[in-house]
Design a protein around this ligand. Structure first.
Ligand code: ADP
Length: 354
C-alpha cells in the first residue's frame, strides 16, 4: 500500500487515477476506430491530471478546514472562521497540526496541575484558618458560659475569666488583622506605594515602638546605620509595608529571644540594593523547620507562639511584602545560637532625594 502523508500527495493520486481512467477511455475509443491524434490525447491527459489534482486539493483543504474548525476554536479559545484555517492549510502541513495539538495539550496539563495545586493549597489554608479561629472562639464561649452559670458572682473567678476572654479576643483580632493584610497583599487592587526613604530611620522608629516589649525580657535592640548623616541607606519601597516587615521581624526576635539577649539590625550597601539584616541570639530554628518558617501557620513551637500572641502568619506576611517588592528574604539560624533574617530592597538614587 502506498502511504499518503500529505494532502498534496493525496490530490496527486486522485489526479493520476482520473488520468488513468481517461487514458483507458481514449484507448478503447482508439481501438474502436475513433481517430485520436496523440497530441490531442496528451493534452487531454495533462489537463485531466492538472484539473482533477487541483480540484481534489481544494476539496480536501475545504474538508480538513471544516473538520478542524471546532478543534482550532477550542485550542485558540475563540471562534475561528473556516476561511482562516483554509488559508493556513495552504502553507502548513497537516502533520504540523498534530505537533501543535500536543504542545497545547502539554500546556493544558501543566495548567491543570497548577490549578490542582492551588486548590489543594486553598483547602489547606481554609482548614488552617478555621482551626486557628476555633480555639479562641471556643475559649471565649467557655468563659462566658461559666460566668453566666454563676461564675459572675464568684469573686475568685469572675475577673480572671473576663481577662482570659479578653486575651482570646485579642488573639482573634490579631489573626483577623494578619489575614486581612495577607488578602490585601494578594489582591491586585492593593498596589505598593513606592517612595524614597531612609531605611535606618524607619528601623530606629520601629525599634523604639517595640522597646516596651523588649524591656520585659531585657532584650537590647541596636540599629547600626552610618555614623554621619545623611544616611547612605536610602531605599525605594513602600514605607508602610517595610515598617510592617520590621515590626514582625523585631517582635519575633523578642518573642523567641532569650532574657538579656540582643537584637541587631544592620545594613549593607550592595551596589544597587541595600541588604537589611535582623539578627538575634535567641532560641534559633532547627534545620528541619528552617525551610518551612515562611509558610502560613507554620510554627516550630505552637504553644510558645500562641502564648506570646503569635498567629503563625507573621513571616508569611514578611515574605509576601518583600517578594511584592521584587526582592528576596532568607534566614540563617542555629538552635540555641540565634537567627538572622536578611532581605534586600532597591537602593534609592541619593542625588534626587532632597
Ligand atoms: P508566629 O506568629 O508564630 O511568630 P511567624 O510566621 O512570625 O509566626 O513565625 C513562624 C515560626 O517561626 C514561629 O512560630 C517560630 O517558631 C519561628 N520563628 C520566627 N522568628 C523566629 C526567631 N527570630 N527565632 C526563632 N524562631 C523564630
Amino acid at each position: 500500500m502506498v502511504s499518503i502523508k500529505t494532502k498534496e500527495a493525496a490530490s496527486a493520486w486522485i489526479g493520476l487515477l482520473a488520468t488513468v481512467i481517461v487514458a483507458g477511455i481514449l484507448f478503447i475509443l482508439g481501438a474502436k476506430g475513433v481517430p485520436i491524434r496523440w497530441i490531442v490525447a496528451a493534452v487531454v491527459l495533462f489537463c485531466t491530471f492538472s484539473i482533477v489534482t487541483f480540484v481534489a486539493l481544494f476539496i480536501i483543504r475545504k474538508y480538513v478546514a471544516y473538520k478542524l474548525k471546532p478543534i482550532y476554536s477550542i485550542v485558540l479559545s475563540r471562534d475561528v472562521h473556516t476561511k482562516e484555517i483554509f488559508s493556513e492549510l495552504k502553507d502548513k502541513k497537516v502533520e504540523n497540526i498534530g505537533e501543535e495539538l500536543t504542545a497545547w495539550a502539554d500546556t493544558n496539563d501543566k495548567e491543570i496541575a497548577r490549578l490542582k495545586e492551588a486548590e489543594r493549597f486553598r483547602k489547606q489554608y481554609l482548614g488552617n484558618v478555621a482551626h486557628e479561629l476555633k480555639t479562641p472562639i471556643f475559649n471565649v464561649q467557655g468563659y462566658i458560659s461559666t460566668l453566666l452559670d454563676g461564675g459572675l458572682e464568684d469573686e475568685l473567678i469572675n475577673r480572671k475569666y473576663l481577662e482570659r476572654a479578653e486575651k482570646s479576643i485579642d488573639r482573634l483580632i490579631n489573626i483577623v488583622n494578619d489575614l486581612d493584610t495577607i488578602s490585601k497583599l494578594e489582591s491586585s487592587m492593593n498596589k505598593l506605594d513606592f517612595e524614597k526613604f531612609d531605611i535606618v530611620a524607619l528601623a530606629k522608629e520601629i525599634a523604639e515602638q517595640t522597646e516596651m516589649e523588649a524591656d520585659k525580657k531585657q532584650i537590647r535592640i541596636s540599629v547600626k546605620g552610618a555614623e554621619n548623616l545623611p544616611s547612605p541607606f536610602w531605599v525605594v519601597a513602600d514605607k508602610h509595608y517595610v515598617g510592617q516587615v520590621f515590626v514582625n521581624l523585631i517582635v519575633n526576635s523578642i518573642r523567641y529571644g532569650k532574657e538579656d539577649g540582643t537584637t541587631r539590625i544592620r545594613f549593607r550597601d550592595m551596589l544597587d540594593k541595600i541588604l537589611v539584616e535582623v539578627e538575634d541570639n535567641g532560641l534559633g530554628i532547627g534545620k528541619e523547620d528552617l525551610p518551612r518558617v515562611f509558610e502560613r501557620f507554620y510554627r516550630t513551637d505552637k504553644g510558645r507562639s500562641r502564648e506570646q500572641g503569635g498567629t503563625g502568619l507573621g513571616l508569611a506576611i514578611v515574605k509576601h511584602i518583600v517578594e511584592a517588592h521584587g526582592e528576596r528574604i532568607t534566614v540563617r539560624s542555629e538552635l540555641g545560637v540565634g537567627s538572622t533574617f536578611s532581605f534586600t530592597l532597591k537602593k534609592a538614587n541619593l542625588q534626587n532625594t532632597k
